[in-house]
Design a protein around this ligand. Structure first.
Ligand code: UTP
Length: 291
């Protein structure tokens, strides 16, 4: 049975400075890995987790994301007339029929925590998921968010995705101090945003998947700007630890940090190598380029 995680938030209102100048006009979530934009992989993962309401937190420059999920009348008519039914299905089925998309605006990029707070009127007070689309997670079985939703639903707890990172990189992530509960989960004692390696409590880094209780939104209302002067989701999670259990969850799958150039290159090569139509030529190209 699918876990009941009805609502998933996609905070996509960041500036995407690491992809300038492209991100002047192309939202980084619209960058493709092969033929699908990053946001499509994220939406597929949310639907796999049981979501029927997708909440996109965007800004006024990111029309392309709303356009992508809208009906493309002219294109659909042309494909229909040309009898290109496979392509028509691809264009029409970017989200299944039972799923609705809601767009809210973050007027100013005040941080990830603030972006999630902007979705409060749509979320209400029920548990919800958060996916950062630039963390692309590949796996053969169910997606990372579904794995976490199943785990969290058992005991009505929060779950945040974690991964070990080299110690010198702790300053790029939220870092957890957690007590191992089983092979995948550890009870979080403490979280800290972007600590320097010498003071980081561990090298377990939070990556872009969360299953959170609705009451975190109340905490976000009063969360003050933290690291980088931004309102941090990690700080609200730290406050949540006082009132409820949150687990750090080591999901099954491979994460690509597509918010960075190298991550996007790695993801593209990985997906090409998984695709029977591209694998052989890609392997030959990489071997030749490396020699
Ligand atoms: P990042 O830290 O990757 O920032 O945000 P960014 O602006 O997207 O990219 P760079 O670092 O300038 O290249 C993490 C996630 O939080 C969202 C981003 O869209 C991304 O999904 N975010 C961040 C918001 O929605 N609003 C914000 O104010 C900040």
């Amino acid at each position: 049975m699918k876990p009941r995680l009805r609502k998933v938030v996609f905070p996509v209102a960041g500036l995407g400075t690491r992809f300038l100048p492209a991100s002047k006009v192309v939202a980084k979530e619209m960058l493709p890995v092969l033929d699908k934009p990053l946001i499509q992989y994220a939406v597929d993962e949310a639907v796999d987790a049981g979501a029927d309401t997708l909440i996109f937190v965007t800004n006024r420059y990111k029309h392309a994301i709303a356009d992508y999920f809208d009906t493309a009348f002219e294109l659909e008519q042309r494909l229909e007339r040309a009898g290109k039914h496979d392509l028509l299905a691809l264009v029409r089925n970017v989200v299944p029929k039972h799923v609705r998309c809601v767009f809210v605006t973050q007027a100013e990029a005040l941080g990830l925590g603030h972006a999630v707070l902007c979705a409060r009127p749509v979320i209400g007070d029920e548990p919800f998921g958060v996916i950062l689309p630039d963390d692309l997670i590949w796996n053969r079985g169910h997606g990372a968010l579904r794995q976490m939703a199943e785990f969290a639903a058992k005991d009505d707890v929060g779950a945040i995705a974690v991964e070990e990172v080299p110690r010198e990189q702790t300053q790029k992530y939220g870092i957890v101090d957690a007590e191992k509960a089983d092979a995948r989960a550890a009870l979080v004692r403490h979280v800290v945003e972007k600590p320097k390696p010498d003071v980081a409590p561990s090298n377990l880094a939070i990556v872009g998947r969360y299953v959170l209780p609705g009451r975190i939104l109340e905490l976000l209302e009063t969360t003050k700007p933290g690291a980088g002067g931004e309102i941090q989701l990690t700080d609200a999670i730290a406050a949540l630890l006082g009132t409820g259990k949150v687990y750090a969850y080591r999901f099954e799958g491979t994460r690509f940090d597509c918010g960075s150039k190298l991550g996007l290159v790695k993801a593209t090569l990985h997906f090409a190598l998984q695709d029977p139509a591209l694998a052989e030529a890609t392997r030959a190209f990489v071997a030749a380029a490396a020699s």
